[in-house]
Design a protein around this ligand. Structure first.
Ligand SMILES: [Zn+2]
Length: 583
């Protein structure tokens, strides 16, 4: 996936990072840098910085960082090439697609077109006599015509090749149908057949409006009840949520997370245009990150059964990690939102939403339900566990309020409960201080990168490599004095790759700046590199650069030629080895 360096330079020049970021974040200038509230994690004081002359951004809170392309990848949830295209479009630049790149994108475009045609085909099938049963089902579920149209629902006929025939007639190839996951191949006969048969079809549409796959619900007793498209080059379940394309325009101010399409669709029909559903997977961190880009608050409405409650418990920390406020809806008198809306209507659901518990309440009530509080022993045990739980709540006000509530549940006085919570709180503080001290010690001792994907195995060399790159980026003509270094000399592979690429740019008279590395390095590596560049510039003596070069090559020799210090000795050793082999 290579764009030419000249094109990427032009792209970076025409998209000044402060302008691009400025469209998402209000920035204020402090010295040569700009600061604002980080769009990637919840915060009240600005720890997100932009350095225009270096062309990079960095957040001191969540440690995300990189060039302008990385920023767009992160905030628009795009792949590297799509982020480049996004910025090219923004600046009115034509993208010179290279062959491999062009063919992948072309292929995606074909699959999007195919899925769109397939959705149209399924939708038309709804009007045929063969679809009587599915129409009856739609009516029974209370879906209106406008809902059917809005979500583009359809019917996959109960035959083996209706879709296959219709799509090949439209000029799509068998490979394309296989690649889109719409057909399967019969290994024995070598023939193809439709994946979706006799099902109510739900097109899955990404945030940019492309049809990327389908979900289908059976009309008979066959299994599985719900079948989704497999993962394809256009459909990634970990990154997509059903109805997100509609929800991103919602003005409700929160997003409702449901367990299935039917719940999400029912909510939309009843006026809650902010409901999404995951696609046959539990919520992933990628989903949580995406949600946090469109809202500040998420309401979980998973089923009341054990599986649904487990899913809720798993989702809460993932969502909170992104800075989202999380509320949990406790369904009363119905098993899911769809049933609730039918029984009681939208107004009652709105009331339920308003009374939905924040996660603090939810956790306390979940705990309460584990105990029989009419039994004294259980009361005591509940009070202990509740104190432990409440001591984790972050503000004093929360601890006070929920302490009083827990006391009420257990039939204890608020004071007794308060003492228990304080004890638990002090215990927790002591433990976390110890852990923090230990962590501080470890960090200062090893200076390991934050990202677990990057390891410093040779600390002496790694620190020299960090400093070398910082100096080179500030003063590229120093490359003249680093001629003896090669990419493999670097103990940290990403530094070697960065060095190599920057030196080639310098030799080709291209700009030497960190944002030029967005294509070569992973987002984690870019974030790590920017975190190094963000450290205050200490004026280094002239000799410092030579020291770095010397340390890197020394450590390389030590690691690779194990103690052999010169050529003569190396020859000796080789000769000795040969000698042994000959015996
Ligand atoms: Zn941040």
């Amino acid at each position: 996936m290579a764009f030419s360096p000249a094109f990427l330079d032009e792209l970076n020049n025409r998209n000044p990072i402060e302008d691009v970021v400025g469209q998402y974040v209000a920035l204020t200038r402090k010295g040569s840098n700009l600061f604002g509230l980080c769009p990637f994690h919840g915060e009240k004081t600005a720890s997100f910085s932009v350095a225009p002359e270096k062309g990079i951004f960095y957040c001191f809170g969540c440690h995300k960082g990189g060039g302008v392309v990385n920023f767009i990848m992160e905030i628009e949830n795009l792949s590297y090439p799509d982020a480049v295209r996004f910025l090219a479009k923004r600046a009115g630049l034509e993208v010179p697609e290279d062959d491999s790149n062009q063919s992948l994108y072309k292929k995606k475009e074909r699959l999007w077109a195919l899925c769109k045609e397939a959705a149209r085909f399924f939708n038309n099938q709804l009007k045929t006599p063969a679809a009587a049963e599915v129409r009856a089902y739609i009516a029974k579920r209370g879906l209106t015509n406008s809902t059917v149209t809005r979500f583009g629902l359809g019917f996959a006929p109960n035959t083996w090749s209706s879709l296959l025939d219709a799509m090949t007639a439209k000029g799509f190839t068998k490979e394309e149908l296989l690649d889109a996951g719409l057909v399967l191949s019969n290994q024995n006969k070598g023939t193809l057949y439709d994946r979706f048969r006799n099902r109510l079809m739900f097109p899955i549409i990404d945030v940019r409006g492309n049809v990327i796959g389908f979900g289908g619900r059976v009309m008979d007793d066959s299994t599985p009840k719900y079948l989704n498209s497999p993962e394809t080059i256009i459909f990634n379940k970990r990154r997509n949520l059903f109805a997100m394309n509609v929800v991103k325009k919602s003005k409700q101010g929160f997003i409702i997370l449901t367990e299935g399409y039917m719940d999400a669709i029912a909510l939309h029909q009843y006026g809650f245009d902010c409901a999404v559903a995951s696609l046959g997977t539990s919520l992933t961190q990628e989903h949580a990150d995406m949600l946090s880009k469109y809202t500040n608050e998420v309401v979980l409405t998973y089923d009341g059964d054990a599986a649904g409650q487990n899913a809720t418990q798993r989702a809460i920390p993932m969502l909170e990690k992104t800075g989202l406020r999380v509320k949990v809806l406790r369904m009363q008198g119905a098993k899911d939102p769809d049933e609730f809306l039918k029984k009681y209507g939208a107004d009652r659901f709105r009331l339920l939403l308003q009374s939905s518990e924040n996660q603090a309440e939810y956790r306390l009530r979940s705990l309460q339900m584990k105990f029989d509080l009419s039994v004294d022993e259980q009361k005591v045990e509940f009070a202990k566990q509740a104190a432990d739980l409440i001591s984790t709540y972050s503000t004093g006000v929360e601890r006070e309020i929920y302490g009083a509530r827990a006391a009420e549940m257990a039939g204890l006085t608020a004071d007794v409960m308060k003492i228990e919570i304080n004890k638990a709180f002090k215990r927790r503080m002591a433990i976390s201080k110890k852990a923090q001290d230990k962590k501080d010690l470890e960090i200062s001792a090893t200076r390991q990168p934050r990202s677990r994907e990057i390891r410093y195995d040779n600390m002496r060399s790694a620190i020299a490599e960090e400093n070398l790159l910082r100096m080179l980026l500030r003063q590229p003509d120093l490359f003249d004095r680093a001629k003896i270094l090669e990419r493999e000399y670097f103990s940290v592979p990403m530094f070697g790759r960065a060095f190599d690429a920057l030196r080639r740019r310098w030799e080709d008279d291209l700009s030497v700046n960190p944002s030029a590395l967005s294509e070569l390095l992973t987002p984690e590596e870019m974030a790590h590199l920017t975190s190094i560049l963000q450290k205050p510039d200490i004026p280094l003596p002239d000799a410092a650069f030579a020291d770095c070069v010397r340390i890197i090559s020394e450590e390389y020799r030590l690691a690779n030629v194990s103690g052999i210090s010169d050529l003569k000795e190396m020859q000796e050793s080789l000769r000795r080895k040969k000698g042994y082999g000959g015996k």
